[in-house]
Design a protein around this ligand. Structure first.
Ligand SMILES: [Fe+2]
Ligand SMILES: [Fe+2]
Length: 278
């Protein structure tokens, strides 16, 4: 079973800066023959504020020969108010995601594996769906099959016991809950996006894969988080024995950074983290 993971396309109705990269990745995907495409969020540039971005993102994710499953990012449905009070996850944003893109959490049994997509933007929100998702995850992990998890934000940057990493990873309290749930399960792979960084490492018997963005990298506005700031996608090949993951850079991608257009796309005063656009 082959899964191609793409992330952080940041499709935009108003801002064309990254359109050529998005088109190049789509053209490349159409030459591939995966069993499944997984998009790990920030499908849209600012879907949490503008429904037009989600509608356009839906057009991007639809129409492939392979099925596409997506999980939402902060730029699709908002974030916990602790991180982004101006765009907290709420019922309307969740409903918009579901209407345009699909379910925000999902489970697929395929190729001898259990594939689980999580809505990481619910963590630490206190939204009623957060608790429902924890209960759902506990049930979803009750399997003897190997499990691969897909979510937008990484659980941690360097270590599961580290303190808060602000905007960049799941906050410590929900992270601890998830780690406790994973400890009793057969999880082999955790795939995320959000950081616009490619990085792969193993921790506690689990492979962690940070998928790069297909649109842009962050420059000086992002501290060093390890890994490589480059554009591309991930290919995951699953067998009964395990999974191998490798980076691929489709033809036609131009190395673009967010900073030159950041204040146009995410103006100060609207985004409470104007220096952070991932
Ligand atoms: Fe993000
Ligand atoms: Fe992003």
């Amino acid at each position: 079973m082959r899964i191609i993971q793409v992330s952080d396309t940041h499709v935009s109705a108003a801002h064309p800066f990254f359109d050529a990269n998005t088109a190049a990745v789509r053209a490349w995907l159409e030459t591939q023959n995966p069993d499944l495409i997984v998009h790990t969020g920030d499908v849209a540039m600012d879907g949490a504020a503008d429904i037009a971005d989600l509608a356009l993102a839906a057009r991007w994710t639809h129409g492939f020969a392979a099925p596409v499953l997506s999980v939402p990012g902060n730029h699709d449905v908002g974030d916990t108010a602790a991180i982004k009070p101006t765009q907290a996850v709420d019922d309307a944003r969740l409903a918009a995601w579901r209407a345009h893109i699909g379910p925000d959490r999902w489970l697929v049994d395929q190729g001898g594996w259990r594939l689980i997509g999580l809505n990481a933007m619910l963590f630490a929100t206190g939204h009623v769906e957060e608790e429902r998702q924890f209960e759902w995850l506990a049930e979803a992990l009750r399997t003897t099959a190997p499990v691969a998890l897909f979510q937008h934000k990484p659980l941690f940057i360097d270590h599961p016991d580290e303190g808060p990493r602000g905007y960049w990873s799941v906050l410590p309290a929900p992270r601890r809950r998830i780690m406790d749930l994973l400890a009793g399960a057969n999880v082999r792979l955790i795939c995320s996006g959000h950081l616009h960084i490619h990085r792969q490492f193993s921790f506690g018997g689990i492979d962690h894969v940070w998928a790069p963005s297909t649109a842009f990298v962050c420059g000086e506005s992002q501290e060093d988080l390890g890994g490589a700031r480059r554009l591309g996608a991930m290919i995951h090949d699953f067998t009964a024995d395990g999974v191998t993951s490798h980076f691929v850079r489709p033809d036609g991608l131009e190395d673009l950074t967010i900073e030159p257009v950041q204040q146009i796309i995410y103006p100060s005063g609207v985004d409470t983290n104007p220096d952070r656009a991932a």
